[in-house]
Design a protein around this ligand. Sequence first.
Ligand SMILES: Nc1nc2c(ncn2[C@@H]2O[C@H](COP(=O)(O)OP(=O)(O)OP(=O)(O)O)[C@@H](O)[C@H]2O)c(=O)[nH]1
Length: 351
Amino acid sequence: MPSRSFMRSPAMWEDEVAYRRTLLRIILWVIALLAFALSLSNLHHDVKTVSILESCITLYCLLFLLRVQRTSHLHWWTSGLMLTVGGVIIYGMYSKGLYTDGFYWLLLMPPVNMLLLGLLLGGVFTFCFGVLGVSVMLWAQPALDGSLDVALLINASVSYLFLWGMSHIFEYKRVQMVRQLREIAARDPLTGLHNRLHLENIFGQIAVSHTAANTPFTLLLLDIDHFKHINDENGHEAGDLILCQLSQRMTVHTRASDWLFRVGGEEFCILLPKTHKADAIELAERLRTDIEKLAPTFHKHPIHFTVSIGLAQWPLDGQDFDALYRQADMRLYEAKRRGATRSLPVCIKLK
Ligand SMILES: Nc1nc2c(ncn2[C@@H]2O[C@H](COP(=O)(O)OP(=O)(O)OP(=O)(O)O)[C@@H](O)[C@H]2O)c(=O)[nH]1
């Protein structure tokens, strides 16, 4: 169920995939060029098996590059690539063609896995290749008077663990920072409600889920009446207090699954999932009368304020965001106009 706390929106998920896709393309080009250069070098030095393997990696990367731009299963493709590259490195170490050099290449696993696959899957891959790498290194270790090279084992493990730790922290912090930035970008700092930027995004999600379920939802627009007057009479701070009080009352009167937005100076929007117009009108009326009774005090001086509300039901009043918003906006201004002509500041236009 959607909640008022910031949730991962499709746009955000898209960005994450786009980020990993770009990284993957860069890495693929680097691997392809490196593998090609190494393959030539190994061929020159007559290390034919490794050279053939490296040529295969080059070809694999080039084919992969063709696919990576379009695939919707990036995780699977990336996992396949990491398994292939890691497998080749481990094989190189095992066959002693890349005995110690292989471990240097294996050190690329923690950062690349974290960047491309994230903390969980990247962590699993890093762990598996780390254990495999150290085991193969010990297994394939050249005989040293029959004794184990403990220093080699410690150096390899510590450097691998160190890189893993650093990469983990980097990825963890990156994900946290992206979340925080998106949270800040999606929220109005004064009221804590979502802002206009987030509205269309959420509207898109709700429209998709309601199309699938074939249920309507309703959009409400609220505007504080004569807010400029309130500001002029009582000061900007009093105006801010009114904005916060209204947001708080909106929160009280709505469900956890409803979405609240501050879309402009004194304009607010509520998205009511799975709600018919009749129920939305009841809610609007409850909210309006509650607000009418409010009188927040500023410097011991009570301030009365009222709101006008316009609403529109999806898909009856509009099938896309612009159409529905326009309809609710027209009703809001009709409500304002009627309120003014009846010398009442508030009126909900009911269809
Ligand atoms: N205190 C405060 N005032 C704001 C904020 N954002 C916008 N405003 C003020 O809100 C007022 C909006 O004025 P108008 O657009 O004329 O709206 P109104 O006075 O409510 O008139 P009607 O909507 O026709 O009832 C302006 O004076 C803005 O300065 C804010 O964050 N805090």
